[in-house]
Design a protein around this ligand. Structure first.
Ligand code: COA
Length: 425
């Protein structure tokens, strides 16, 4: 990551003298306005499709109940090899191909997820390693189903400030591993998958316009997954399993999706008439219908693919963006709102102009060459990681314990001495 060293504005923090008159200290500012463009996008979902009819054999439910209450017809379920990291990596590769950017050009990787393999190391660090993004900082972000929009805003602000130029934002989830497959009120709702977008800084206006983020922790108990730090598990909750008060979450979702769209429109000086598509978190078709009614717009303004994937939490918005573009629902310079809501409670909405910079390269020889360079970086990343692991092992054998020369007893002040010196003071 290239951090700004503060030299952009000369004698930052010191009173300056111009025209012989004293001026107040300079505030840090980037050299000029930076715009943030979405230049790449990609998705990856498990191959295994599980239909509602198949779930009838798992819990007491029916295809008709699931369809009419949620709009969901099927979802994707990960196999043992499909993880947040593996799917996030595939989605990231697709986004880099689309943007024609090398992994070594990425400054920051943020993965929004609630189902990582580990609390740490982060999935973002693992994806950074698989990509060979050796110049990138990486972290996971936890904001449940709002996570992707939170991550988008964090990355966009870092680019706007001039701190970084290129960021990969990923939403990736394997909800199937945190579902209680005996609980019919939750297990029919969720699915697995990943989506990614690449953000790049530019002087050309357009792209990311602004976002609103929100949280109301008083509703924390309505939706959650207890994990390692839980002190005591309340009655009816299971470790590492989703619990949810469906009716309350439904009420919250309808209200907040409407409210956060209104807020982001106000913040970005837009009106609903300016918006070509709203890409919401895909939780339930009835939530989207109710939000459309509240806003007095056609339901068609809300993109939906919930029937194909169910609720994929932080992955649902980037997956929906990819499919909306593929279906011709998103065209260059379209104004789009992405809006997420979920556990926390949290919510977030962002306004952006879709693909408002021209694609970098036509898919000709130059593109094929840089595609070759990307593949080479993935292969190099694999061998680099192996070499570093071997080096660490060898170093451990040859050098032994790094603390072998340290004698804590000698370096610590004797208790008696310390006490007497304190008394003197
Ligand atoms: N199949 C059949 N019946 C089911 C069922 C299932 N999969 N799940 C629940 N039921 C039953 C309930 O037990 C209840 O039975 P009862 O009346 O005998 O007690 C009945 O269906 C109605 O339950 P209710 O909770 O009122 O249904 P609903 O219309 O509110 O729909 C949800 C339930 C979960 C679909 C809905 O509340 C919802 O979508 N909530 C928001 C969930 C969400 O989006 N979460 C993620 C946010 S990020």
């Amino acid at each position: 990551m290239v951090a700004n060293d503060g030299r952009l504005n000369g004698n930052r923090g010191q009173p300056s003298e111009r025209d012989g008159r004293p001026h107040p200290p300079h505030r840090w500012q980037p050299r000029h306005t930076r715009y943030v463009h979405l230049t790449g996008w990609g998705m990856c979902v498990p191959e295994r499709v599980v239909t509602n009819a198949e779930l009838e054999a798992v819990v007491e439910t029916t295809d008709d109940w699931i369809r009419t209450r949620t709009g969901i017809q099927e979802r994707r379920i990960a196999n043992d090899r499909e993880t947040v990291t593996q799917m996030g990596f595939e989605a990231a590769r697709a986004a880099l191909n689309r943007a024609d950017v090398l992994p070594s050009e990425i400054d920051l990787i943020v993965v929004a997820t609630s189902t990582p393999e580990d609390i740490y190391p982060s999935s973002a660090s693992k994806i950074q390693n698989l990509l060979g993004a050796t110049q990138a900082g990486a972290f996971d972000l936890s904001a449940a189903c709002s996570g992707f929009v939170y991550a988008l805003d964090m990355a966009a602000q870092a680019i706007r400030s001039g701190s970084i130029n290129t960021a990969l934002v990923i939403g990736s989830e394997v909800n199937s591993r945190v579902l209680d497959w005996n609980d019919r009120s939750t297990c029919v709702l969720f699915g697995d998958g990943a989506g990614a977008v690449l953000l790049e800084g530019s002087d050309q206006p357009g792209g990311f316009m602004g976002a609103v983020l929100g949280s109301d922790g008083s509703g924390a108990e309505l939706l959650g997954i207890p994990t390692v730090g839980t002190a005591s598990l309340p009655e009816g909750r299971q470790m590492h399993k989703i619990h949810m008060d469906g009716r309350e979450v439904f009420r919250f979702a309808v209200h907040i999706i409407t409210e956060s769209i209104r807020q982001v429109l106000e913040k970005t000086d837009l009106s609903l008439a300016d918006i070509d598509l709203i890409v919401p978190h895909q939780a339930n078709q009835r939530i989207l219908s109710a939000a459309a009614r509240n806003l007095n717009v056609s339901e068609a303004l809300f993109y939906s693919n919930v029937h194909r994937y169910g609720n994929t939490s932080a992955a649902s918005i980037p997956i929906a963006l990819c499919e909306a573009e593929r279906e011709g629902r998103l065209k260059p310079n379209d104004n789009v709102i992405v809006v997420g809501f979920g556990g926390g409670l949290t919510w977030a909405a962002a306004a952006l102009q879709w693909q408002s910079v021209q694609e970098k390269a036509p898919k000709g020889l130059a593109y094929r060459l840089s595609q070759g360079r990307r593949e080479l970086q993935y292969i190099t990343a694999f061998w680099r990681a192996r070499a570093l692991k071997t080096y660490r092992r060898l170093e451990a054998v040859l050098r032994g314990s790094p603390a072998k020369h340290a004698n804590l007893r000698e370096s610590a002040p004797a208790k008696g001495k310390e006490d007497s010196s304190r008394e003197k003071r």
